[in-house]
Design a protein around this ligand. Structure first.
Ligand code: PLP
Length: 427
């Protein structure tokens, strides 16, 4: 077994990838995923995780037995309990208590509910602080939340991308005018990773609340929401949790935030949904943040992926994630920096999530050539980033090394000119 501690990592990554794979304590997890084409290097698990084999079996059972055979009886027989159980399992991954995490809606909708509820709880303050590295949908949602609460509320964007020290710039901007600090823990672009505890402490010192988007960190970066005193968090289940395309999001509301109300109240979040009483009060627990019937099938399909993360342990996953990323960066430095690429992610692993972005003026063409000619799937974020996501449960060191060889082949083999006019819907 290899220990990937940061002092030894620089030596380790020089080792042969095959040796690193044989010594990898997580290597057994790869066989728990559907991998139809072993030559395909899939480095987009930060966008859509691979399909766990257990999920592909479960889908048949859910559809034909739970739905087809048991029909509506399944609600009483299992579904109500199943949804709570899966929320609690995600709670284990993010350091929440049972009942603190609910599964609902999409990340964007959960973010809206969380932001409006926080803003309504203290209307003397009007600033929502976020940064230019945040996911565009998050910025749109935060603006919608601000204007839903009052015309005086505004979203202030910190330019952390250009800052020499983004942490200093952000900490400086958190003052008494701020009602809510809302950031993605790991930026979808550069992979920059904020220190949850540090930022949240500063926000609390000035009386602001924090709302974290954990989409690019859950399941791959250790998170302890209770220890760090986080008020609110949301996140995707279809990335490193492998929950499936469009799987519902999760929402964490600290037990200490009992005063927060769901701005989109509905029957499913009420104390007694099946009492059918329009005057029924919201549930006292976090179920109050639910609105309508959950998308049951996709909610149930989240569980096998979460189970794999729990079985592997996020600390082990993180260690391998750092080692994979460092191996990639090592090969990139050796091979690609003379071919027009620049590293667009933090070099210090403490400031990085589990993807690495390279910038290149022909990013889109390179991405298309890799996908269509080299059996390698990264993704592209316009205008100039090619992103490579490392999902330690199934990404191997050999794949990381071979990916860099294939990028080199694209550049040297004319892939850019063959794909420079392509215009895919999903880059
Ligand atoms: C950081 C982040 N937040 C939010 C979203 C949006 O999630 P959804 O489309 O499920 O609302 C994404 C989607 O990739 C994301 O990467």
């Amino acid at each position: 077994m290899i220990e990937y501690d940061s002092s030894s990592i620089k030596n380790l990554i020089q080792k042969d990838s095959k040796d690193l794979d044989s010594a990898d304590e997580l290597s057994g997890f790869r066989s728990k995923f559907v991998i139809e084409d072993p030559d395909l290097i899939y480095l987009d698990g930060n966008s859509l995780g691979r399909l766990p084999i257990k999920t592909s079996e479960l889908v048949k059972e859910i559809v034909s037995e739970q739905w087809g055979d048991r029909l509506i009886r399944s609600w009483n027989e299992r579904w109500l309990e199943d949804t709570t159980r899966i929320g609690d399992k995600i709670g284990l991954v993010v350091g929440a208590k049972p009942g603190e995490v609910v599964i609902a809606d999409s990340t964007s909708v959960c973010l809206y509910k969380a932001a409006v509820s926080a803003l309504l709880s203290d209307q003397k303050r009007s600033v929502i602080l976020t940064d230019d590295q945040n996911f565009p949908s998050d910025i749109q949602v935060l603006r919608a939340a601000a204007s839903a609460v009052s015309k005086d509320h505004e979203v202030v964007l910190i330019e952390s991308n250009k800052a020499e020290d983004p942490v200093d710039v952000l900490l400086e901007a958190i003052d008494e005018t701020v009602a809510l600090v809302s950031l993605s823990q790991v930026s979808y672009r550069s992979g920059w990773c904020w220190d949850l505890s540090l930022i949240s402490q500063k926000a609390h010192q000035v009386g602001a609340k924090v709302l974290w988007d954990l989409s690019h960190s859950v399941g791959v970066v250790p998170i302890d929401l209770r220890r760090d005193g986080i008020d609110l968090a949301v996140g995707c289940t279809y990335k490193y949790l492998n929950g499936g395309p469009g799987a519902p999001a999760f929402m964490y509301v600290s037990e200490n935030c009992k005063e927060l109300i769901n701005p989109i109240a509905g029957w499913y979040g009420s104390e007694d949904p099946f009492g059918f009483d329009p005057d029924c009060q919201p549930d006292r627990d976090n179920r109050r943040f639910l609105t309508g019937t959950p998308p049951l099938i996709s909610t149930l399909l989240i569980e096998p992926g979460v189970d794999l993360v729990i079985e592997a342990g996020v600390e082990s996953i993180r260690s391998k994630s750092v080692a994979l990323s460092e191996k990639f960066l090592f090969k990139v430095r050796q091979t690609l920096l003379t071919l027009g690429f620049e590293i667009a992610s933090p070099l210090d692993e403490k400031n990085r999530g589990s993807h690495v972005s390279l910038s290149h003026s022909s990013a889109l063409a390179i991405g298309q050539s890799l996908i269509n000619e080299q059996s390698t799937i990264p993704d592209v974020r316009p205008p100039d980033l090619v992103r490579f996501g490392f999902a330690p449960l199934y990404t191997t060191f050999s794949e990381v090394e071979e990916c860099v060889n294939r990028i080199k082949t694209v550049i040297e083999g004319g892939g850019v000119s063959r794909w420079e006019n392509s215009n895919p819907l999903v880059p």
